[in-house]
Design a protein around this ligand. Structure first.
Ligand code: GLA
Length: 379
């Protein structure tokens, strides 16, 4: 270890999921893309073997010896502030994944700043994880590739934070590419970049952040996941990925109505992801509107993680001329997306704001996003 500190800045983006909701932890297909909102981490090494995390978005800081991370996670995670469990959890999961000797890696100061909206379903957590994993992978000389870093992020989220999420967000944040979505098979973790061509077709992707915040470490998300596992067990398959639309009639005979509808959403959603990829390739982005709409209907009626504010964000976009619209992310609050003509940004925004005001909701935050690059070293 030298006395000269290493410094640098790394960043990773949030993501929007174009389609493929609640399919990732069922070993299925997803089609997210990284967005231009990013979390950056400025890193400086230190010689005392400790790791300290601070941020512009919380007044709480946390500091722990790198050699104590193994004792902290997962059992004693409550000892650090909630946001700090993400970066410290990533440091812990990196050590676990590589088995590197803790005495051989330098301590670090990590200072975070972010413009990814929190609680909006745009994966602010994956952005923190991706930035941290990329920075420590470089500075600790671990040599992990992007997929391994995404897995580390998921482990941190599952075990250090306690949210039973899948791997979509971390993969989208690590692997994003300008103008393209990441088509991911969540079983094999194979990815393909799929050109979106929004700009060329004169389209914008509008995000409607309802400001109804969500957290996946509690309640509904966990319950939905359990229903999916139960559905797979009843059908005798390892995961719902192993079913097709043709299996649904038998599923309906074997399951209670709620479990069946959860299963039907996942099975049909996997097919919609495949159809969306196919349509983007053969017809371009103007062809995917019905698939987005069908995904939303399936979430609303079968999977039911939606809240009234999300439907309120979607119905007026359609009336104002959107090509397609759906909620994005885990649900239970968060954001909706609408694919619209560039010329309609102002009128669709106004229509949604009016609908929220009429229903007595707080003004939503509405903005466009563009498919952007994944995690990287900036400086
Ligand atoms: C959250 C989780 C993801 C995924 C989505 C739902 O964003 O972090 O792993 O399950 O919900 O598609």
């Amino acid at each position: 270890m030298t006395d000269n500190p290493t410094t640098g800045t790394w960043s990773a983006p949030g993501r929007v999921n174009l389609i493929g909701e609640h399919t990732d932890y069922n070993d299925g297909f997803v089609l997210p893309f990284a967005i231009e909102f990013r979390t950056a981490v400025a890193l400086q090494t230190r010689t005392d073997g400790r790791i300290r995390v601070t941020s512009s978005f919380s007044s709480d800081a946390a500091e722990v010896a790198v050699s104590d991370l193994a004792a902290l996670f997962p059992d004693r995670r409550d000892e650090v502030p909630e946001w700090a469990r993400y970066p410290l959890g990533v440091a812990w999961a990196l050590l676990e994944a590589t088995g590197v000797d803790v005495a051989s890696v330098p301590g670090v100061d990590l200072s975070f700043s972010s413009d990814v909206p929190v609680g909006a379903g745009l994966s602010s957590s994956a952005a923190i994880e991706g930035a941290t994993a990329s920075a420590l992978n470089d500075v600790w000389g671990l040599g992990l590739d992007c997929v391994s870093l995404a897995k580390v992020g998921r482990r941190a989220e599952n075990e250090a934070v306690g949210a039973p999420t899948g791997i979509m967000d971390q993969m989208a944040s690590m692997l994003g590419r300008a103008d393209a979505a990441t088509f991911l098979d969540c079983r094999s973790l194979q990815t393909e970049s799929v050109d979106l061509g929004f700009a060329g077709a004169g389209l914008e992707l509008l995000v409607i952040d309802t400001k109804v915040t969500h957290a996946h470490s509690t309640g509904g998300y966990r319950e939905r996941r359990a229903s999916c596992e139960q559905g797979a067990a009843i059908m005798g398959v390892p995961a719902l990925r192993d079913l097709t639309v043709d299996d649904l009639a038998r599923a309906q005979e074997l399951m209670d109505d709620v479990t069946f509808r959860r299963v039907r959403h996942v099975v049909t959603e996997d097919q919609r992801v495949l159809d969306t990829v196919e349509t983007l390739r053969s017809a371009g982005p103007r062809g995917i509107g019905q698939l987005l709409d069908a995904s939303h209907a399936s979430m609303r009626d079968d999977f039911e993680p939606s809240v009234a504010a999300l439907d309120l964000g979607i119905d007026p976009t359609r009336a104002a001329g959107a090509i397609g619209a759906r909620m994005t992310g885990g649900g239970f609050g968060g954001a909706a997306i609408a694919l619209i003509d560039h010329s309609l940004v102002a009128s669709v925004t106004a229509a949604v704001e009016r609908a929220f005001a009429d229903a007595g909701y707080a003004t939503p935050h509405i903005f466009t996003v563009h498919p952007s690059e994944g995690a990287r070293r900036d400086v």
